[in-house]
Design a protein around this ligand. Structure first.
Ligand SMILES: Nc1ncnc2c1ncn2[C@@H]1O[C@H](COP(=O)(O)OP(=O)(O)OP(=O)(O)O)[C@@H](O)[C@H]1O
Ligand SMILES: [Mg+2]
Length: 456
């Protein structure tokens, strides 16, 4: 087991000596500080488990030290040492978050007991934290709905790729979930407790993009009034998500290539070389091979990024995911409403399953959001669906109905439908509608009467 580190803070060296001698003997890593400010700078540099601090010190008091440590490193446990008989200060310290207090002269058995309790508690806390992290991971995966065979194999592949540091290129049409998959991979990877930083290569012009990626030094260009860290620096030890990589300007591609090869770069306007350890996940909905053949994307960069490719299929090619996604989005959006529950009618579900989602999951998500907000009832009907899909509904109904009809009935239904549409599109102007249909106005009037459409 790794040694725990205890920091002893006291302006009296004799007192420090007694404590540190005792604790070292017990097998702890012991650090000493002769003042509160010294202690603070040690806290900034080293990993400390426990601080045992005297209350009365010449620069800042033990109470001030406690407050500062709790503000910046709340995971450190602080024990305050007070002179015998000053219980009020001890109480104050406990209120500020000290774990316990000891009175002078310190009874070493009591000290051992306090430290034992602290370590047990820290162990418990870190176990809790781990459990919580596992839940977060799980949530991230269960927030990633994937029931279809196609997505199962995408996920299996992603899980295996997550372990390594290999660059990943995620391909897929707009709204298929490239960014959520990138995040899921990060959270499944050994880098999960390090940052996930996303940057869109499409949104910015060349200069801004470079400063965004690599940062800049003060005065690097007009407006650079401060030094700024780039996304590569921020993502150090974590994952950098380069979204819409196909839109990266060619000059930036060269710089990116160098970073990927050497893991080194300079801030814009700087000469100091920085080293980073970053895992790259890129995404695109563009045909990079074509961009390469047009000279718009560097082939060498493509091979660097494309060590592992994951292709996310269109939603219409994995319809088994639609129902679970609907459930997931109902759960997500119902919270914004006063409704206790919401579900779609059978007909509405039918329409939702048949629809082919050119905007993929993002479109489905918007549709569910729209319907939940608009519907007055717990059961969401076809009428609550957005317009484009509703039209699909009548089309479908038309098709379904026609199957059971005789030929003359089908012809009549078809005629009716064409006439209604023509009238609708010409704002009920009969002569325009007749022209659209390629018949005379008289003929149209006759048909309206015959088909029972006259009053409408
Ligand atoms: N498998 C999934 N489970 C749950 N929600 C998903 C899933 N895939 C995508 N989404 C949701 O759909 C929306 C679009 O996903 P995302 O932004 O990742 O798509 P994208 O492929 O990056 O799209 P674009 O190319 O337009 O940027 C997001 O709101 C996301 O939460
Ligand atoms: Mg995206």
């Amino acid at each position: 087991m790794e040694k725990h580190t205890i920091l002893i803070v006291d302006d009296e060296s004799a007192q420090r000596l007694i404590l540190s001698g005792h604790l070292k003997q017990k097998g702890f890593n012991v650090l000493e500080a002769a003042s509160g400010n010294d202690a603070l700078s040690i806290v900034n540099e080293k990993l400390i488990d426990i601080i045992i601090t005297d209350f009365k010190m010449p620069d800042i008091t033990g109470l001030d030290l406690l407050k500062k440590v709790k503000a910046t490193n709340p995971e450190i446990t602080v024990v305050i040492v007070t002179a015998f008989g000053t219980i009020e200060t001890a109480v104050k310290a406990m209120k500020e978050g000290a774990y316990d207090y000891l009175t002078k002269p310190i009874d070493l058995d009591e000290l051992d007991l306090v430290i034992k309790k602290i370590l047990e508690r820290q162990q418990l806390l870190s176990e809790n934290r781990m459990l919580k992290e596992q839940l977060v991971d799980k949530y991230n995966l269960s927030g990633f709905v994937a029931d279809s065979k196609k997505m199962e194999s995408v996920l299996n592949f992603a899980v295996r790729a997550a372990d390594s540091k290999a660059s990943i290129l995620i391909r897929g049409e707009s709204g298929t979930g490239k960014e959520v998959l990138a995040k899921a991979i990060h959270f499944m990877s050994p880098r999960s407790d390090k940052p996930f930083i996303a940057v869109s290569c499409a949104a910015l012009n060349e200069n801004l993009l470079e400063s965004e990626l690599f940062g800049h030094e003060k005065g690097a260009f007009t407006g650079a009034d401060k030094q700024r860290r780039g996304r590569f620096e921020l993502a150090d030890e974590g994952t950098l998500f380069l979204d819409e990589i196909g839109d990266l300007p060619i000059s930036t591609q060269i710089k990116l290539l160098r970073v990927l090869q050497e893991e080194q770069f300079e801030r814009v306007g700087g000469s100091y070389t920085l080293s980073v350890d970053v895992r790259i996940i890129a995404a695109t909905n563009r045909n990079i091979e074509q961009l390469i053949s047009e000279g718009k994307f560097r082939e060498d960069l493509f091979y660097r990024i494309n060590v592992v490719t994951i292709e996310i299929p269109l939603l219409k090619d994995r319809k088994e995911d639609i129902l679970p996604l609907i459930d997931f989005f109902i759960g997500k959006f119902i919270k914004d409403t006063s409704k206790k529950k919401a579900e779609f009618s059978k007909e509405a579900l039918d329409v939702l399953i048949r629809y082919d989602y050119p905007g993929n999951i993002r479109e489905l998500e918007n549709i569910i959001h729209h319907s939940i907000v608009l519907s007055r009832n717990e059961i969401i009907s076809t009428d609550d669906l957005p317009l484009g899909i509703k039209n699909l509904k009548s089309e479908e109904r038309f098709r379904k109905q026609t199957n059971a009809m005789t030929l003359p009935e089908q012809v009549e239904t078809f005629e009716k439908k064409m006439i209604i549409e023509a009238l609708h599109e010409s704002n009920n102007n009969q002569s325009k509608a007749a022209k659209r249909l390629g018949i005379s106005e008289g003929n149209l009037r006759y048909k309206l009467e015959k088909l029972g459409l006259k009053k409408k």
